[in-house]
Write a protein that binds this ligand. Structure first.
Ligand SMILES: NC(=O)c1ccc[n+]([C@@H]2O[C@H](COP(=O)([O-])OP(=O)(O)OC[C@H]3O[C@@H](n4cnc5c(N)ncnc54)[C@H](OP(=O)(O)O)[C@@H]3O)[C@@H](O)[C@H]2O)c1
Length: 268
């Protein structure tokens, strides 16, 4: 597949526009974006048409894929006008919690539907997306989904849709946990007397640098951690606190379990 085929994007917000930027870089035949937000018109260019409703889709436009990137709570309202216009397109939903069964109930029982969970580093093409395909999805449509989502990062497929709940907890919500680490490092630095502006720089750049080091290395994270940890040194003292079973191991497990449970509750 050299150039991506014609695509319909429902929702040109944070995730939708990140995907669109990735498709532009790859090269795409044509994209129609449906988004009622006036700010979305900024997404338009020679290849991208922005319309405010389904009724304004250009006549004869036949997308190979329809990507659903609206908030889950608006999904039923946003999808309803599309029913009957899906044709042979594969439907790819990135909406949290909306199951394949729910999507097929709206799109038609015969619709080819994939459900995907990306994350916000997609905006810098460093995302990770996990995809689950429903019945009726052809191999060429799976390849198209992989190409579309692969424009913004790594793509993995799973067969058990229920695993999308813990996936949401780990990688979908995960960037927030890393940002929280920056905040906590900054606060701890200030508590040790480091001036606030330097504390912010140290916390931020340490996470950016550690991420870049991880990206550049083929070593597991544990090896990189051990490489920083000298016997009886400062890192060892800190890690003894953090790695106490009742500290980070317990907190991270509890956090992921709570987010997984919330994802299950929101599913429909
Ligand atoms: N953000 C994340 O970390 C993340 C990660 C994985 C998956 N997701 C999923 O990605 C989806 C989009 O999230 P987001 O953060 O990109 O949300 P967002 O920034 O709010 O974008 C959604 C866009 O859809 C527009 N919209 C509202 N009603 C519409 C309609 N009827 N037809 C077409 N467009 C409509 C919104 O316009 P208005 O602003 O005018 O309402 C907005 O521009 C969600 O389902 C979310 O679960 C998000």
């Amino acid at each position: 597949m050299t150039q991506l085929p014609a695509l319909l994007l429902l929702g040109g917000g944070k995730m939708g526009s990140a995907l669109l930027a990735g498709w532009r870089t790859r090269g795409v035949e044509q994209v129609v974006v449906i988004d009622p937000d006036p700010a979305a018109t900024a997404l338009a260019d020679g290849k991208v048409t922005v319309v405010t409703s389904c009724a304004a889709i250009p006549a004869g436009f036949a997308p190979a894929a329809i990507i659903l990137a609206v908030k889950p709570q608006l999904a039923a309202e946003a999808l309803a006008p599309l029913a009957g216009r899906i044709g042979d397109a594969v439907v790819i939903s990135i909406m949290a919690g909306k199951t394949i069964a729910w999507l097929r109930a709206l799109c038609g029982a015969e619709a080819a539907v994939l459900r995907a969970m990306p994350n916000t580093p997609a905006a810098v093409r460093q995302g990770v997306t996990v995809v689950c395909a429903g019945a009726n999805v052809r191999p060429t449509q799976i390849a198209l989904a992989e190409a579309l989502l692969g424009c913004v990062g790594i793509v993995s497929f799973i067969e058990n849709e229920a695993l999308l709940d813990p996936v949401t907890a780990v990688s979908g919500s995960g960037p927030a946990y890393v940002f929280l680490l920056v905040e906590l490092l900054e606060q701890a630095a200030i508590a040790q007397g480091i001036p606030a502006d330097l504390a912010a720089t140290l916390a931020r750049q340490t996470v950016i640098g550690a991420g870049a080091l991880l990206a550049a290395s083929d070593q597991p994270a544990a090896s990189l951690r051990k490489a920083v940890t000298s016997k009886a040194g400062t890192t060892e003292q800190a890690l003894a606190v953090l790695m106490d079973p009742i500290a980070w191991p317990s907190a991270v497990n509890a956090a992921i379990a709570a987010a997984t449970q919330r994802s299950r509750e929101l599913s429909g």
